[in-house]
Design a protein around this ligand. Structure first.
Ligand SMILES: Cc1cc2nc3c(=O)[nH]c(=O)nc-3n(C[C@H](O)[C@H](O)[C@H](O)COP(=O)(O)OP(=O)(O)OC[C@H]3O[C@@H](n4cnc5c(N)ncnc54)[C@H](O)[C@@H]3O)c2cc1C
Ligand code: SF4
Length: 473
């Protein structure tokens, strides 16, 4: 249980960042890793509570056995900690970097605002395991003779492909892009997670027997019917890509873009891929980002790195309280004021702010007209103001998966939000042999939830194909 008196003796210490003035000069990661000794001290703070909420239903979605690996790290057994961590999470180096860490909100020590630095410990275990060469392909000793297709290679598809290959199936991953990773590669910027981490996982999964087919856009250049006919099961993990349309007057003006093309372009540049579209560049521009989530934050950080003059972020929600009412919300995820590392690089933030329209001159954006909102988020007359802008990014989220192409051809039932309908026991869609997981099934979510769904869908598929499964749930 870590050290019995650890939480009394040792203060919480988390990874630090390079100063903003340094980190906005490059696109690389900028966290400064804790030393092994410091990680051991942080792990020692874990109290191994009677009910460890950190890995219960309100904490870690993949149910990482957090107190167990904290204890192992405290006692210096990093290799066993890695084995334990990988028993529940295929890609802890991803989540150790980009997960918002609901586990830390649920940690008992968070009642005093000093949770165990779980995410940093997780990242350190995963990074050390790679450095030490402990992570090896786990090749199935018996092949089943069953062939399974996985469409999409985001975290859900990668986790499922790895689990299914380890169960002995002949796994084929079909990916529209030229590289694997989904939003991990093309949405999330390198400064949050560098992409070589994806490449070495793909190499591991390939060594475990899976075959990756790139440039395969199912329902567009490769028919869904062919996939169904050629495989014993097909798992769809195509993500949730249709952007919400803010119905914003003026959004046809030059200089107004959805967030994703901007982020995808920059990720391609950093990854030395070709960008075929008209470049969207924030250098020397006044940028306004509409939206308050992860995607909006990533637009902020990317704009600063490209040399934007100023970045303003607009959020229609009221400014949340600085601190949550602990005893009413703990151990659940609280609404409270959070500042992402990108916002801390100098963004102006407007809360309770409706975006009324984009204004422009000669067909080009010159500003965004805003107004304060009341408690029902209705604009208050007389509070209108204009923020100057040369570039506007719409980052208000994703409505559902793309309905054209693959889903149109498949014709499976959708849920009322427009996601592909499947339950979280069987992961089966309304079409025989076809399964769904990740954002395509649950709607826009998190990397850790995608990993969970990929693992669980693999379990369900293995059980369906073989009558029983030893894959973990
Ligand atoms: C900008 C941004 C930042 C984010 N930041 C975070 C964060 O910090 N932390 C966090 O936890 N989550 C974050 N998220 C959310 C997270 O990235 C997603 O929840 C997660 O990637 C979903 O995984 P997935 O595998 O279901 O789908 P995706 O990652 O979307 O992958 C889907 C894959 O399917 C492929 N595909 C789609 N259709 C087809 C087809 N017809 N044929 C072949 N291939 C196809 C796509 O090319 C893609 O590779 C962020 C999302 C965005 C957009
Ligand atoms: S995956 Fe996320 S919730 Fe789970 S232990 Fe890691 S940081 Fe916490």
């Amino acid at each position: 249980m870590g050290k019995v008196t650890g939480f009394l003796e040792i203060d919480r210490q988390d990874q630090k960042y390079q100063p903003a003035s340094d980190r906005i000069r490059h696109f690389r990661e900028f966290t400064l890793r804790l030393s092994d000794q410091d990680v051991g001290r942080q792990a020692a703070r874990c109290m191994d509570c009677g009910i460890p909420y950190c890995h219960g239903p309100t904490g870690c979605p993949v149910h990482n056995q957090i107190p167990d690996w904290n204890d192992l790290v405290y006692n210096g057994d990093w290799q066993e900690a890695s084995r334990n961590l990988h028993s529940t999470n295929n890609f802890p180096e991803f989540t150790g970097r980009v997960c918002p860490a609901p586990c830390e909100e649920a940690c008992t020590l968070n009642l005093e605002d000093v949770p165990v630095a779980i995410k940093s410990v997780e990242q350190s275990i995963a990074d050390k395991a790679w450095e030490q060469g402990w992570i090896k392909p786990e090749v199935a000793s018996v092949k089943t003779g069953k062939k399974v297709a996985v469409v999409g290679s985001g975290p859900a598809g990668l986790a499922a492909a790895q689990q299914l290959a380890r169960a002995g199936h002949d796994v084929h991953v079909y990916e529209r892009e030229v590289k694997a990773g989904g939003l991990l590669r093309y949405g999330i910027p390198d400064f949050k997670m560098e992409k070589h981490f994806i490449d070495r996982r793909v190499a591991q999964i390939e060594a475990e027997g899976a075959t990756f087919h790139y440039g395969a856009n199912i329902g567009v250049n490769l028919p869904m019917a062919e996939l169904i006919a050629g495989h014993d099961a097909v798992l769809l993990t195509g993500g949730s890509e249709a952007p919400r349309d803010p119905q914003l007057p003026g959004s046809e003006l030059a200089g107004v873009h959805y967030a994703m093309p901007f982020l995808v372009q920059q990720n391609r540049r950093v990854g030395r891929e070709e960008v075929h579209e008209e470049p969207i560049i924030a250098t020397g521009r006044r940028v306004v980002v509409v939206g308050g989530g992860d995607t909006a934050s990533d637009c902020v950080g990317t704009s600063f790195r490209q040399g934007a003059l100023a970045v303003t972020q607009l959020d229609i929600r009221p400014m949340p309280p600085l601190k949550e009412e602990k005893l009413t919300v703990w151990p659940y995820w609280p609404t409270k004021f959070r500042t992402s590392s990108s916002q801390a690089e100098g963004a102006e933030r407007e809360f309770a702010c409706a975006t009324l329209r984009v204004v422009g001159k000669n067909g080009k954006v010159t500003g965004v007209e805003c107004a304060r909102v009341d408690e029902k988020r209705r604009p208050i007359e007389g509070t209108e103001f204009i923020i100057r802008a040369d570039l506007v990014f719409l980052a208000i989220g994703f409505a559902h998966p793309l309905h054209e192409g693959m889903l149109a051809e498949l014709g499976a039932d959708l849920d009322r939000r427009g996601n592909l309908k499947a339950d979280t026991e069987s992961y089966q869609t309304s079409v025989d042999k076809v399964f769904a997981a990740g954002d395509m099934r649950r709607g826009q979510s998190l990397v850790v939830w995608a990993i969970r769904e990929g693992r669980q869908a693999a379990h369900a598929i293995d059980k369906k194909l073989m009558g029983a499964t030893t894959l973990p749930w």
